[in-house]
Design a protein around this ligand. Structure first.
Ligand code: UDP
Length: 463
């Protein structure tokens, strides 16, 4: 049997790592000719990501993790755009990536690149290797990225502005307002330029692997058969359903949460969690607390201090006076890394107030838990728009909230939570049905299962 090596180049950040590494494992389970090397770039702030990569790959004999040497961080003026900073950092890793790939002795078949690593296509070319993009988000956002170079030419290279008219983007049924575009495309300090540079390379890949499934994004996926886009492989949902132990997860708190959920009635608890980087100002935290209290609903609220700047007081100090005593028994606050997948899987959980990160959306669909939308950063506004307006699979609170400045008042939160927990709503039924389809898609013979087979064939040929 001839073996073939795939070289994965992910970027740190839980939202990207979880599905990328999980997908790597799925490829290995699927075809025993495959070997995988994961190149681990050393970002200035990636110890959590490093630990996670190690724990996830430790049990897999056919995955090896190669640590790349530390490089100097990019100039600090690039920090005006996190995306530009990240791309510059990745580019400075190119010589190290090239060196690491040439040292792999077994035959390397292809590179599998993260969204931010499009510059590595050139390393692949120098070595005569094709590159695939592993897109950790959805077909809707992929549609926007593929459309960006066209819009860039039409707009003579201008960044987006709030006053822009709605856009007709292939893959979207509805016109898309500027207010739901990713923050980066408004950024004049490098963010827009970084996105354009990435988007211009998408069509230089041999294939685009997307963490979605055909039954969910039929229309969006259909728009890629335009003759100009490389083959698109919907392979999802790719989820880490076991929820690897995260270094930020506090064991005692975890057990406490699960025990508390065990005592609640089915579908009676609303879960609030805002992703790996989601945190709010002290004023916003107060409004959430008041809204939750007034709603009268049972809740589990992930209120994480690590996201708060150190100068802010601890969550206990910013909650309204007497709040913790009044909600005792009815509400619970999780201060560390929340065991989100396990929580969403619990029968007591009946609704999710989410920042609409794509992994969170897929996890909630999988477990049939409806979402109320509260997007904060990255492409979350576009995800929220798609889920609410395009697919009717989430309930709208905000579609265009952005971190910094915006404030959602207690009354709006109270109303949204009450509506979400109203058992008879249509969205709940649709979400449950989509959850069933998600499970079928990854089963033997399902749409994503078949698509992974086609991908492997394209990568290394049939056996
Ligand atoms: N997550 C978690 N506990 C938390 C916050 C996040 O388990 O307290 C997980 C969540 O289940 C998901 C991932 O981290 O798998 C976050 O990815 P997503 O795409 O939703 O958002 P991002 O963090 O990239 O904004």
């Amino acid at each position: 049997m001839r073996q073939a090596e795939l070289v994965f180049i992910p970027t740190p950040g839980m939202g990207h790592l979880v599905s990328t590494l999980e997908f790597a494992k799925r490829l290995l389970d699927r075809d025993d000719r495959l070997l995988i090397t994961v190149l681990s770039m050393k970002f200035p702030s990636s110890p959590v990501a490093d630990a996670y990569t190690r724990s996830l790959t430790a049990s897999q004999a056919r995955i090896q993790v190669v640590d790349l040497p530390q490089v100097d961080p990019p100039p600090s003026e690039l920090l005006k755009s996190p995306q530009a900073y990240r791309c510059a950092f990745i580019e400075s890793n190119m010589p190290n990536v090239k060196h690491a790939v040439t040292k792999i002795v077994s035959g390397v078949a292809a590179l599998v690149l993260d969204f931010f690593c499009m510059s590595m296509i050139d390393v692949g070319r120098e070595l005569g290797l094709p590159s695939y993009l592993f897109f950790t988000s959805n077909a809707g956002f992929l549609g926007l990225m593929l459309y960006l170079p066209t819009r860039h030419n039409q707009a003579n290279g201008a960044e987006f502005s709030d006053a822009d008219p709605e856009l007709l983007i292939p893959g979207f049924v509805n016109a898309v307002p500027a207010a739901v575009m990713p923050s980066a495309v408004f950024n004049k300090d490098g963010g827009y330029a970084a996105y354009i540079k990435l988007a211009q390379r998408f069509r230089d890949t041999k294939g685009i692997i997307v963490n979605t499934f055909r039954e969910l994004e039929q229309h969006g996926l259909g728009s890629f058969s335009d003759g100009q886009t490389p083959p698109v492989y919907p392979v999802g949902p790719v989820l880490d359903l076991k929820g690897q132990p995260h270094p930020g997860l506090d064991r005692a708190e975890h057990e406490n949460i699960m025990r508390w959920l065990d005592f609640q009635s089915p579908s009676s608890v609303v879960f609030l969690c805002f992703g790996s980087m989601g945190s709010f100002s002290a004023t916003q935290v107060k409004e959430i607390a008041i809204g939750l209290e007034r709603s009268g609903q049972r809740f589990l609220w992930s209120l994480r201090p690590p996201g708060l700047p150190p100068s802010l007081p601890s969550p206990d100090d910013i909650l309204p006076e007497g709040f913790l005593e009044r909600i005792e028994g009815r509400g619970m606050i999780c201060r560390g890394w929340a065991p989100q997948v396990e929580v969403l899987a619990h029968k007591a959980v009946g609704g999710f107030v989410s920042h609409c990160g794509w992994n969170s959306i897929l996890e909630s669909l999988w477990h049939g838990v409806p979402i109320v939308t509260w997007p904060i950063y990255a492409e979350q506004q576009l995800n929220a728009f798609e889920m609410v307006r395009e697919l009717g699979l989430a309930m709208e609170m905000r579609l265009d909230y952005r971190s910094g400045g915006d404030l959602v008042m207690a009354e709006e939160i109270e109303r949204a939570v009450s509506r979400l927990m109203d058992g008879g709503n249509e969205v709940r039924k649709k979400v449950k049905e989509m959850g069933e389809m998600a499970r079928k898609a990854v089963m033997d013979g399902g749409s994503s299962f078949t698509s992974i087979g086609q991908l492997i064939e394209d990568m290394i040929g049939s056996s």
